[in-house]
Design a protein around this ligand. Sequence first.
Ligand SMILES: [Zn+2]
Length: 226
Amino acid sequence: MEKAIVIQVEYRKRRSFELKWINPHELRVRAPLGTSKKVIDQLIRDKDSWIQRSRKQILLRELEQVKNYLKSDTIQFMGEAVPFHWEKALHPFRFHMGEEAFVLTGEGASDEAQALIEQVYRDQAKRIFKTRVAVFAQQLGVHVNQVRVKSQKTRWGSCSSKGNLNFNWHAIIAPPEVVDYLVVHECCHLVQMNHSKEFWALVETLCPNYRKYRKWLKNHDTQILP
Ligand SMILES: [Zn+2]
């Protein structure tokens, strides 16, 4: 389904008309003061082929930006660089995480692709974190209320006194051991709501190499967080 074009009309002290794209979905028309709606409608009809052609060019430019956004032919997922392909097609973007590669098909604005990919990551993150929380909560014998994924700028995870665990969805870019460490860390807060010696000792029982994973998160902080 194609997005409709929104036409914005601005009246100015001028003699001629000016058509300018604000983005691929919004076209600005500058018209002389007092121009009737009928005249503007006629102008839009007359300029139809230019409108279609120039819009397509903008969309194509935006698609190039999508590739720039992803920067390379791979996407990080669970610590691995998964091949990424983009295939142009005449439908809005679809993003598919296959076994061998992640595939983006379709066309649209770069922010649409970005939002779509982020949504898929969020869904995956929710699934992965829920599954791992269930495993470690059982080992610790704690009750977890809710598991949520968020996009926190400064934190990888947090835990509330009500037993809700929050995780940063960007973390699923990390290797599975690091994801597990994050889960263990937040689950252990349900026993020890602090970073005391006892807390770290408990973390160590479930995740003996936790120091290594903490380091990984520290080193990748600025790289992964938006
Ligand atoms: Zn903590």
